[in-house]
Design a protein around this ligand. Structure first.
Ligand code: ATP
Ligand code: MG
Length: 500
């Protein structure tokens, strides 16, 4: 007899409907799964035999053929155990076929028939709601599934429950456990460094990328770690988008499945290209996608592998990354603000007024050449951070707290939303919008053209200066970009200015 149930496969961060068919016929006892199953799927045959038996059912001693359709969809992972088991039980006439209609089954079985939590439940739950199906998933994944409003869920901890509790699915409304994550450190702890703090504020207001350049101990890392505290809170839609990526990697906390804070990812420079960008086999989202809607912090930027840095160019421009595989290409979301820090040379003291630099001119050049022009071109704000003197540290007046800065950031973002009529930040304006919304008067235009010639700005850099000037004007509640805004924006192109 033939039985069919629905399940799902994940490609990128999107779930696709898969139909699991099982046919049991007379013939030599055997069990075959067709439909491009991967190694992991083949292992599930052994799990299925044991789990079905240990759930108290007899495993049919007939010819069993399972098919996962569509065949051309690449299927990974172990979450097909549950739908396969249900289809086998139905084809063996243990569960009536009508009872399985209207469900999407997703979960891995252990040998004793218990269900194990799986990754990717959030996108699968979204799919189930779109297809008007109820979701049967491991109980441990309930928190994730319940994030989707209007979805009926049957959480199960054992195959037996899946077989006997059909019809008892319902909507869940779970209270997310209170926040326990460590509070973000505050900007007020950083003495002085007004110039660097101003750059952080501009970056947060307009979504611009930012690079700090300075000697060891200047406070670059300290400043960067305080950046999330001045960013606006995550909206529900953004939280869901980002949580979906974490779901696919199985990184969501069952107690607090919805991310409440913008991600701040700070991968070490020894990270592999695939770990940073995404990819690998099976392909997975990388750090840049885990930073989606948040911040990617690359400390010691020139230490990262050149290939990995070059690969950042696409997502920095497009807000997503496409990973090509032999059979297909997968696109992962990756819209983040890039924060980076570096020393001016290998020893760290090039240009320092107090300590001599140990590097030869060639060494200085080689160190900086690790960063390609096209990458630097995409970093709108480049800021030199000089060390603060000990006396200054003690003398400094108490600095402004993050909450104050954040208020200004929120106001500047509101201005952008009102102007553009949608959620888009200055950093992402296209050429047409730039022309329309970053209009310059004749005097300002002359100034910018002169500066562009002098600094030998590329067309991209020219536009980036305009965008920063737009954000600076927004922070000072001005609709027109004026000369002081342009002058400040031009200061943030250290690499062009110093002809490094
Ligand atoms: N402006 C400052 N206000 C208060 N503390 C500071 C300041 N600058 C530096 N410090 C102190 O110095 C420490 C080192 O700073 P940090 O690690 O941010 O330096 P860095 O610029 O990242 O150096 P490196 O180039 O070696 O990575 C901080 O943890 C902090 O205690
Ligand atoms: Mg540092």
């Amino acid at each position: 007899m033939l039985a069919k149930v629905f399940s799902a496969a994940i490609i990128g961060v999107e779930a696709y409907l898969v139909e699991v068919e099982v046919d049991i016929s007379q013939g030599l006892p055997g069990f075959a799964i067709v439909g491009l199953p991967q190694g992991a799927l083949k292992e599930s045959k052994e799990r299925l035999r044991a789990a079905i038996r240990n759930a108290g059912f007899s495993f049919p001693l007939q010819k069993i053929t399972a098919n996962l359709a569509p065949a051309d969809l690449k299927k990974e992972g172990s979450a097909f155990d549950l739908p396969l088991a249900m289809a086998i039980l139905s084809a063996a006439r243990i569960i009536p076929q009508e009872q399985l209609r209207g469900y999407l089954f997703y979960g891995e079985l252990s040998l004793d028939g218990k269900l194990k939590p799986v990754s990717g439940v959030l996108p699968v739950a979204l799919l189930a709601r779109r297809k008007h199906l109820a979701l049967v998933c491991p109980e441990k994944n309930l928190g994730e599934a319940a994030l989707i409003k209007g979805l009926k869920i049957l959480p199960v901890s054992h195959l037996k429950e899946a077989a006997f509790n059909l019809g008892q699915e319902r909507e869940f409304c779970l209270e997310q456990a209170a926040e326990s994550s460590a509070p973000v450190p505050d900007l007020s702890e950083v003495a002085g460094q007004e110039h660097a703090k101003r750059a952080l504020e501009i970056a947060a207001a307009g979504g611009h990328n930012l690079l700090f350049i300075g000697p060891p101990g200047a406070g670059k890392t300290m400043l960067a770690r305080r950046f999330p505290g001045i960013l606006p809170p995550l909206s529900y839609e953004e939280a869901l988008e980002t949580s979906r990526i974490y779901s696919v990697l199985g990184l969501l906390d069952p107690e607090r499945p919805l991310l409440k804070e913008r991600p701040f990812r700070a991968p070490h420079h020894t990270i592999s290209d695939a770990g940073l960008i995404g990819g690998g086999n099976p392909p997975k989202p990388g750090e840049i996608s885990l930073a989606h809607n948040g911040v990617l912090f690359l400390d010691e930027l020139p230490e990262f592998r050149r290939n990995a840095l070059e690969a950042l160019r696409e997502p920095l421009e497009a807000g997503e990354i496409t990973v090509s595989r032999a059979q297909m290409s997968i696109t992962y979301p990756a819209k983040f603000i890039l924060l980076a820090a570096m020393n001016p040379c290998r020893c760290g003291y090039y240009g320092d007024p107090k300590r001599p630099c140990q590097c030869s001119p060639q060494e200085v050049r080689r160190y900086r050449q690790k960063l390609s022009g096209p990458l630097l071109d995409r970093i709108d704000l480049q800021v030199e951070v000089a060390a603060v003197d000990y006396e200054d540290l003690a003398r400094e007046r108490p600095a402004e707290p993050s909450a104050k800065v954040r208020e200004r950031v929120l106001l500047a973002r509101r201005r952008q939303k009102e102007r553009y009529g949608r959620e888009i930040l200055n950093a992402y304006l296209g050429p047409a919008e730039l022309k329309k919304f970053c209009h310059l008067g004749p005097e300002e235009r002359r100034l910018l053209e002169r500066a562009a010639q002098k600094l030998n700005l590329s067309a991209r850099a020219f536009h980036r200066v305009l965008k920063i000037a737009r954000t600076i004007a927004d922070l000072s509640h001005e609709e027109k970009i004026k000369t002081p805004h342009l002058l400040e924006a031009l200061q943030y192109r250290v690499f062009d200015r110093l002809s490094w």
